[in-house]
Design a protein around this ligand. Structure first.
Ligand code: ADP
Ligand code: MG
Length: 694
């Protein structure tokens, strides 16, 4: 036996995928399943029973003893409750059973998951329903069944249900456009998503010594280390042995689960890394990303490391994001954001592009809100991640084409008056321009859009729900016009030109980090929602409610419930961070400063009989005293601030943002000053140098 990993052999070996179904199910059952998945119809119980039986046999052979309905509550992470397959036979023995109804429906206790008021506490029941479009898999001795989670009254309590609704919706509207271009083949349009995941790895023992990391996932204190990122020696640098064995292990586990882990490398900050899978359909990509985050954490622990998914574990060091690459493709794999070679393909491309531009402009606030939460506030607008202003980068070539459409001038040949969409061939658009704009929140990268605002820890469901829905909306509006046009070509020309003209303000190719862009964006009337507290109220604007309800993505109640949950989660996180800071300041930082001051006093006293000057000691004592007093005052200020938080979640969010966070900043500053003054042997936790350059 060699220990060479046979990747094709292990890939997907723990997944009950289509190939396995084909192999293990009777042909008529397999076809019935396939029919349900492609048409979205309900699975008959006898079919479910047969699938459940085959799944159980397969899972038991893989070592599973339990099954779980795996779901994605509004916490943004996943939840599971495990039941064993055992059924008593009445004579003291058991057999392993799993029925179709157990596969299709579950009833976890829903009372401990956030519902944003959707489910009164007396009606704690929640239901899970199998999502047959996402594959079941075996992990840690259990058969995992991906499910949707909803209340007794049928309201969605999760992130998967609205995602599936948005996927259907964008498909429906995109098909209308494809039909207008004479495509009668395509049955479904599928949003494809590839989410690049950034993360930090730290040694477990150092992590364990910091209360802030353990309780909040980020450092709340820490003076800047002598060396930061200025040498840029980490990006794509050689990967440490400990880290590379983690990565190897991670890849293997992900491959077994059928996750297309493709790229791994070091990122900009010390201890920061990235993994990217090959893109897949949005539903699977979302499930996969949840698994990726979970397995990263578990796998790190196995290697005596801790995986930090927080957006900003360290001040002054790059944070972590999750680039969400998004596109639309047909069921036969045609990418609808690929500029084509014929006039008709190009016209189709321009329609999808114009719809995207119009949608992002009209719903910039909605998109912004899907990435608004406490952790991401440290990133967006901080000159390392995209600004909080939503804009689209298209690249020089596409910019010029769009200009020519808007201005009615011809892109290449001066004698023609304009580019006639659907008649003229577009000049070739290079797939990957070299000077990719890294400062843009939404960049066109040849055949897809890269949405760079999502944070590293968040579920990608929200951002993709928004992208799918705004696309559905604009495509639908376009289809309404074009379906009723007497002259398709001229209607198309007018439509694309008008959409681009009306929404050109959202296109920006300059430096998104600059101060000038903020001013320019304000002149253009673009939103600059710099924080969660500022952004979230726009989520439930009439326009956004109208959008999501009209497309059946959320009911108004479901949508408002999300708003409440986002607000409450923001408030809770800031509160926990503030309390952790007070705790560390009073019980660790201040005592360290006091003890060190004491030892300096002792040193002065010892020097005195020798008539030696004690200038350094005396000055240090003075500085330590000043900073200690200030630290103490800031703790008290924070304590009073926390005692006066308003009751209503929305006013509370503003209060946390405007009062509590500035008080936290002041407290940190004094603590970090004390850190630079205090003897390291007195300091209660590992410093930035210890953590980042272990
Ligand atoms: P990079 O951005 O690092 O240059 P790529 O552009 O090749 O790398 O891809 C980044 C991510 O985008 C990968 O996860 C890749 O699978 C994904 N991706 C590529 N094409 C598409 C597409 N058509 N739709 C969605 N995601 C895509
Ligand atoms: Mg990328």
């Amino acid at each position: 036996m060699s220990d060479v990993l046979n990747v094709p052999e292990i890939f997907g070996s723990d997944v009950f995928n289509e190939a396995i179904m084909k192999q293990r199910l009777p042909a008529d059952i397999y076809l019935a399943w396939k029919h349900c998945v492609t048409t979205g119809s309900q699975l008959p119980l006898d079919v479910a029973n047969e699938i459940a039986d085959a799944m159980k046999l397969w899972a038991i052979q893989k070592g599973a003893t339990h099954y779980t309905h795996w779901f994605q509550p509004m916490t943004g992470i996943t939840a599971e409750k495990h039941d064993s397959f055992i059924v008593p036979t009445g004579d003291g023995r058991v057999i392993m059973e799993f029925s179709g109804s157990e596969l299709v429906r579950g009833e976890p206790d829903a009372s401990s998951f956030p519902s944003g008021g959707l489910r009164a506490t007396f009606e704690a029941r929640g239901y899970t329903a199998w999502d047959p479009t996402s594959c079941a898999f075996v992990k840690d001795g259990s058969l995992y069944i991906p499910t949707c989670f909803f209340s007794y009254t049928g309201q969605s309590l999760d992130k998967k249900t609205p995602l599936l609704r948005s996927i259907d919706e964008v498909s429906r509207e995109a098909l209308r456009i494809l039909r207008l271009f004479g495509d009668t083949q395509t049955q479904r349009v599928i949003p494809s998503v590839g989410a690049e995941q950034e993360y930090f790895l730290l040694p477990k023992d150092l992590y364990a010594q910091r209360e802030d990391l353990r309780l909040t996932g980020r450092t709340l204190f820490g003076a800047q280390p002598p060396k930061g990122q200025e040498l840029d020696d980490h990006y794509f640098g050689t990967i440490r042995t400990r880290v590379s064995s983690f990565m190897k292990d991670l890849d293997e586990q992900l491959w077994r689960l059928g996750i297309l882990s493709k790229t791994k490398h070091n990122e900009g900050a010390p201890c920061q890394h990235e993994m990217a899978p090959i893109y897949t359909d949005a539903n699977t990509a979302c499930d996969d990303n949840q698994l990726i985050m979970e397995i990263m954490k578990k796998c790190a622990a196995k290697h005596n490391l801790v995986c930090l998914l927080h957006e900003k574990p360290f001040a002054g060091v790059n944070g972590s994001g999750k680039h969400n690459n998004w596109s639309l493709s047909t069921d036969s794999g045609k990418n609808l954001f690929s500029p084509g070679k014929t006039p008709s393909q190009n016209a189709r491309f321009l329609v999808f592009l114009a719809a995207f531009i119009a949608g992002v402009d009209e719903y910039q606030d909605f998109l912004r809100c899907t990435v608004a939460f406490a952790g991401n506030d440290h990133r967006l607008g901080a000159s390392e991640a995209p600004p909080a202003i939503v804009s689209i980068f298209l690249g020089e070539e596409l910019d010029a084409i769009i200009r020519s459409i808007i201005d009615g001038t011809n892109y290449t040949e001066p004698e023609k008056s304009m580019l006639r969409i659907g008649v003229d061939v577009l000049p070739a658009i290079p797939k990957d321009t070299t000077d990719r704009n890294r400062t843009s929140p939404l960049a066109f990268t040849g055949n897809k859009f890269e949405f760079r605002m999502p944070g590293s820890s968040q579920s990608i469901a929200g951002p993709n729900i928004a992208l799918n829905t705004i696309m559905a909306e604009e495509l639908g509006k376009f289809a309404d016009v074009l379906e009723n046009a007497s002259d398709f070509d001229s209607a198309l020309q007018k439509l694309v030109c008008k959409a681009l003209t009306d929404h050109q303000r959202i296109i920006f190719g300059g430096n998104g980090y600059s101060e000038e862009w903020k001013q320019e964006a304000a002149r253009r009337g673009l939103h600059n929602l710099a924080s969660t507290a500022e952004a979230l109220p726009t989520y439930v604007s009439e326009k956004n409610i109208d959008l999501v309800t009209r497309h059946g993505i959320f009911t108004e109640d479901e949508f408002r419930a999300r708003y409440t949950i986002h607000l409450e989660s923001y408030n809770k996180i800031v509160r926990i961070e503030a309390r952790t800071m007070m705790d560390m300041a009073l019980h660790q930082i201040l005592p360290a400063a006091v003890h060190y001051t004491q030892s300096l006093c002792d040193a002065i006293a010892a020097k005195k009989p020798l008539h030696l000057a004690a200038k350094a000691e005396t000055e240090l004592i003075a500085r330590l005293s000043t900073a200690s007093d200030a630290l103490y005052d800031h703790v008290e200020t924070l304590r009073f601030a926390l005692a006066a938080v308003p009751k209503e979640p929305d006013t509370a969010a503003n209060y946390y943002h405007n009062v509590v966070i500035p008080a936290m900043r002041d407290l940190r500053q004094e603590a970090d000053t004390l850190e630079t003054l205090t003897d390291k042997s007195y300091w209660p936790y590992p410093t930035y140098s210890d953590l980042l350059y272990y």
